[in-house]
Design a protein around this ligand. Structure first.
Ligand code: HEC
Ligand code: HEC
Length: 325
C-alpha cells in the first residue's frame, strides 16, 4: 500500500511541476502534454472485420445459444449492458460490471484486474466462464462450421478448416475497428474548436487536482494499474469482501495489489453507467465525487462535480461520423 501511496503522490506532484493549468487561462500545449487524440487503427482487413461482427452477434457462442458478445456489450448502448453485473447463459449473473468494447484495444491489458494481456487472451474469458458463455472453443467451432454462410466468409479469409485461433483473429480485428475518434475534446486538442466555459473549468479541475495522473493518454485511462482508495481507503481492511473486489491481488497474490484495478478509460464515459468494477455506482456524479475523495482526498462542491462531468461529456466520440449512443 505504501508503494502505491508514494507513487500517487509523486504522480500528482509531477503533474504540478509539468505545469498546472492557470486559473483563468488554459494552455493547449499543457493539455496536449497529457492527452492525445484517438487515432483509428489503420490497415484493418475489411473481410475480417465483417466476419468478426457476425461472430460478435452470434448467440451460438453460448452454451444455450442465448447470449452473444453483443448481449453484454451492446454497440448501440455505449458498448455495455447497463447492468450492475452482467447476465450470461442460462441467466447466470456474474460479479463484474461489463466494460465498454469501444476503444478497448487501447488498454494496456484487458479486464478490470488486468488478467488478460491482450484482446486475444481476453476472449478465453467469456467463452469458458460459467457466468458468460459457459462454453468451449471446441463446441463453438463444432456449431459454427456447420453454418454455410459463415464458412463461406471464413474460408475466403483463412483458407483452412475452422480453428479457434482464426475465430479469435477475426473477432479481434473487429474489436480493433471499434475506435471512437473525433470527440469534442479531440477537436479541441486539434485546435479546431473551443470548449465551453463549463467544460474548460472541468478540464482544469481534472488536471490541477490530479485526476490526470491516472486517467491520461489516448484512452484517458487504460494504461496503468492503481488502487481504488489510494489516498482514503475505499474498502475497510478489517472486513471480508467477495473475492473479485480484491482486484489484481487475485492474479499476483501480492499484498500490495489488494483492491488494485486497471485504471479505466474515460472515453464515452457518460454512456456507460453504472460505474466501477462492481457496477455499484449508479451515476457519474457519484463516481466523480468518490474519485475525488478516495483517490485524491478532495471533497468537490456540487458545481465542481458538474464542471468535471461537463468535461467528461466532451469525451464522447464518433462512429461513421455520428456521435455514439
Ligand atoms: C455475459 C456477459 C458478457 C459476454 C457474453 C461477453 N462479455 Fe466481455 N466482458 C463482460 C464483463 C463482465 C467483463 C469484465 C470482466 C472482468 O473484468 O473480469 C468483460 C470484459 C471484456 C473486455 C475487456 C474490456 C476492458 O476494458 O478491460 C473485452 C474487450 C470484452 N469483454 C469483449 C467481449 C467479446 C468480444 C465477447 C464475445 C466473444 C464478450 N466480451 C462476451 C461481459 C461479457
Ligand atoms: C490514483 C489513480 C486515480 C485517480 C487520481 C483518479 N482515478 Fe478515476 N479511477 C481509478 C481506478 C483504479 C478506477 C476503477 C475503480 C473500480 O474499478 O472500481 C477509476 C474509475 C473511475 C471512473 C469510473 C469508470 C468506470 O468505467 O466505471 C470515473 C468516472 C473516474 N475514475 C473519474 C475520475 C475523476 C473525475 C478523477 C479526479 C477527480 C479520478 N477519476 C481520479 C483511478 C484513479
Amino acid at each position: 500500500m505504501r508503494t502505491y501511496n508514494y507513487l500517487i503522490i509523486c504522480l500528482v506532484l509531477l503533474s504540478f511541476f509539468k505545469g498546472s493549468v492557470n486559473a483563468d487561462e488554459i494552455q493547449l500545449a499543457i493539455v496536449k502534454s497529457y492527452f492525445t487524440t484517438i487515432k483509428p487503427e489503420k490497415n484493418l482487413n475489411p473481410a475480417k472485420v465483417k466476419l468478426g461482427l457476425i461472430l460478435y452477434k452470434d448467440k451460438r457462442f453460448s452454451k444455450n445459444n442465448d447470449v452473444s458478445c453483443f448481449s453484454c456489450h451492446d454497440l448501440g448502448a455505449g458498448g455495455v449492458d447497463h447492468l450492475k453485473s452482467s447476465t450470461g447463459t442460462q441467466k447466470r449473473i456474474g460479479d463484474f460490471n461489463s466494460p465498454t468494447v469501444y476503444n478497448s484495444h487501447l488498454n494496456f491489458v484487458q479486464t478490470w484486474n488486468g488478467r488478460a494481456a491482450s484482446l486475444e487472451d481476453q476472449l478465453d474469458g467469456p467463452v469458458g466462464s460459467e457466468v458468460e458463455f459457459g462454453s468451449s472453443w471446441n463446441d463453438i467451432v463444432e456449431k459454427l462450421q456447420k453454418d454455410k454462410a459463415i464458412m463461406k466468409l471464413y474460408t475466403k479469409i483463412y483458407n483452412s478448416k475452422m480453428t479457434s485461433d482464426n475465430l479469435k483473429n477475426a473477432l479481434v480485428e473487429f474489436e480493433r475497428s471499434l475506435s471512437t475518434p473525433d470527440s469534442k475534446f479531440d477537436e479541441y486538442l486539434r485546435g479546431k474548436i473551443e470548449l465551453s466555459l463549463e467544460e474548460k473549468s472541468g478540464l482544469k479541475l481534472f488536471i490541477n487536482n490530479g485526476c490526470v495522473s491516472c486517467h491520461q493518454g489516448e484512452g484517458i485511462g487504460g494504461n496503468l494499474f492503481q488502487k481504488l482508495g489510494v489516498i482514503i481507503p475505499y474498502f475497510d481492511k478489517s472486513k471480508k469482501y467477495k473475492k473479485f473486489h480484491y482486484g489484481k491481488f487475485n492474479i499476483s497474490k501480492k499484498e500490495r495489489d489488494k483492491f488494485v484495478f486497471k485504471v479505466p478509460s474515460l472515453r464515452n464515459i457518460t454512456l456507460t453507467a453504472p460505474y466501477f468494477h462492481d457496477g455499484s455506482i449508479a451515476t457519474l456524479d457519484r463516481a466523480i465525487e468518490l474519485m475525488g475523495f478516495h483517490q485524491l482526498g478532495i471533497k468537490f462542491s456540487k458545481k465542481e462535480v458538474q464542471e468535471i462531468k461537463a468535461f467528461l461529456k466532451t469525451l464522447t466520440g464518433k462512429v461513421d461520423g455520428e456521435l455514439i449512443k
